[in-house]
Write a protein that binds this ligand. Structure first.
Ligand SMILES: Cc1cc2nc3c(=O)[nH]c(=O)nc-3n(C[C@H](O)[C@H](O)[C@H](O)COP(=O)(O)OP(=O)(O)OC[C@H]3O[C@@H](n4cnc5c(N)ncnc54)[C@H](O)[C@@H]3O)c2cc1C
Length: 511
């Protein structure tokens, strides 16, 4: 979870507490990760009469699920033209149908479990501001209609201002993600699932029986292992480190001064702007998310990302009060399609990752698919989400053409020049040279400084300072560390080495 910002969703939900695991276990299915993916999987398995065990390093929804926009839609920006071009019509139809099945699963679970999570049907819009985007939007509309999506295209709508055309999909939805996942976890526990929070997995051994070692020294042997950790903590033969890249995005919730139209909105160009309405006790709250960038590669002053979102909210509806500010990350794949399924043909370790900021449907789908794979040996849509598809080398997508490929970042980070420590401000972090090596310095508000070895403990990429969150972030795979070096999130398993901790004046005297 972010160090200094708590999302509106995490602020406004009362979460059930689950105790840490205190003993070794031998189980049929172990799920690692208490976000929407892991909890959905636990719920599905428990409903099938299994007794899955779920472990979570923090608390439920501590990861990205608690820091989203809360949209449930098959409209994943512009995606269907790309899928048809690359994989054909049947594949694209399966993608749309599978995402729709995830929305319906949530709709039914909300009803069945009487979940109070402000689930509401709406229309999801994607809009073109630039003339150059209009034709792409028209093509996406034609493709969507052919795929059976209830789509409508309008020219020059009154909202958002300056929009040239807008594509709307009916029968989509929004909800409060944390309240939903918390209730689903409770229902899973009532049906036989066992949940343990504050229990971090640090090592996985695949074999006849999978063994997972936890940070607190507990050991779990399992027949099946579900990695619902966003970035898979065990790779197998898949080179995920070169196929998943982390993108960080910012969000705000505001009580607005003026009214704005219902529906979910997202623009086509950069910087991204994603908007929706949340209704809390009869009051409409405006959620604005955007400013996505490769993790570790944002503005020098990261607070500017929040400021620009506020400016946008001000333009749309005027800000009365800011109710929450947050940021989070998700992983993208080269072809915009996640990896869901076994990590290799005969392995009982399962991956669910690369949701590209659409993981509320994708994670729900993954939870369902993996539960079916475990109980029935196969599942619908297995081929669509297979890690074996030829996604990397043949993808025309942004991962290949953009600068921010994980491997590219690894090399690039080594070439960047360090600064010196002169006039380091309170609350500022920088990359410097310390005792002959590149290092990261942070000066805290109490004037103490911490110098860290900023080679990421995952794959040695050099970290960059995130001034909005006061963290050290890895541009290659999204590992993040606190300013004292402790691990916050992502694929690394260890904290950073502290090279110096003391008073700023002692350090400047030393230099
Ligand atoms: C700003 C933003 C807005 C978004 N908005 C939307 C949206 O509107 N609609 C949509 O569909 N998608 C959205 N997404 C994407 C979506 O929210 C995510 O893809 C989804 O929440 C991922 O769920 P998850 O359960 O797989 O991962 P997470 O929610 O991140 O859960 C993974 C959990 O695993 C735990 N964990 C990790 N490693 C370990 C370990 N070693 N041991 C134990 N536990 C571990 C973490 O603590 C975490 O709680 C958004 C993403 C972002 C960044």
């Amino acid at each position: 979870m972010s160090q200094i910002h708590l999302s509106y969703w995490n602020k406004t939900a009362i979460k059930d507490q689950y105790q840490p695991l205190k003993e070794d276990l031998e189980v049929d299915t172990l799920i690692i990760g208490g976000g929407i993916t892991g909890v959905t999987c636990a719920y599905c398995l428990a409903r099938k009469g299994m007794e899955p065990v779920l472990i979570e390093s923090g608390e439920l929804c501590e990861g990205t699920t608690g820091n989203t926009t809360g949209k449930l839609t098959v409209q994943h920006e512009i995606i269907y033209n790309n899928i048809v071009k690359k994989y054909g019509w049947d594949f694209a139809k399966s993608y749309a149908d599978s995402q729709n099945s995830a929305i319906n699963f949530i709709r039914q679970a909300v009803k069945k479990e009487s979940v109070d999570c402000q689930f509401a049907d709406n229309t999801a819009y994607v809009y073109a501001i630039l003339e150059s985007e209009v034709e792409t939007l028209e093509k996406e509309y034609e493709t969507a209609v052919k795929l059976g999506i209830d789509a409508k295209l309008k020219l020059k709508p009154p909202f958002p201002e300056g929009c040239r055309s807008i594509l709307g999909y009916s029968h989509q939805a929004v909800f409060h993600p944390v309240r939903y996942v918390n209730a689903l976890a409770k229902a899973a526990a009532a049906d036989g699932a066992k949940l343990y929070c504050g229990t971090k997995a640090v090592k996985v051994e695949d074999g006849d029986r999978i063994t997972v070692y936890c940070e607190n020294k507990c050991r779990i042997k399992a027949k099946h292992l579900v990695m619902a950790t966003q970035y898979p903590i065990f790779d197998g033969p898949n080179l995920f480190f070169a196929r998943l890249f982390a993108k960080r995005t910012y969000g705000i919730a505001v009580q607005a001064k003026r009214d704005w139209p219902d529906g979910s909105y997202i623009n086509m160009d950069d910087p991204s702007r994603s908007v929706r309405t949340h209704v809390e006790s009869g009051k409409r709250i405006l959620i604005v998310v955007g400013e996505g960038h490769a993790t570790g590669r944002g503005e020098e002053d990261m607070e500017q990302h929040f400021e620009r979102l506020m400016q946008f909210a001000e333009e749309i509806a005027g800000i009365e009060t800011v109710l929450g500010k947050w940021s989070a990350q998700d992983y993208e794949t080269p072809d915009q399609i996640p990896y869901i399924g076994r990590i290799s043909d005969h392995s009982n370790v399962f991956v669910a990752s690369g949701f590209g900021k659409w993981g509320l449907t994708n994670g729900t789908l993954a939870g369902n698919m993996i539960a079916d794979l475990i109980t029935d040996g196969s599942c619908q849509y297995e081929q669509v989400y297979s890690r074996k598809r030829a996604d990397y080398l043949t993808s025309p997508g942004k991962a290949i053409t953009g600068v921010f490929t994980p491997v590219g970042e690894l090399i690039k980070s080594k070439l960047e020049r360090p600064e010196n420590i002169d006039q380091l401000k309170l609350g500022e972090g920088r990359v410097i040279r310390y005792q002959g090596q590149k290092a990261g310095i942070y000066r805290d508000v109490d004037n103490t400084v911490t110098i860290l070895d900023i080679s990421c403990t995952h794959m040695s990429t050099e970290l960059n300072f995130n001034s909005a969150e006061k963290t050290w972030d890895c541009p290659a795979h999204g590992g993040r560390f606190r300013t004292d070096g402790t691990l916050l999130e992502g694929p690394p398993k260890h904290s950073l080495k502290v090279l110096f901790h003391g008073n700023y004046s002692d350090l400047t005297a030393e230099n």
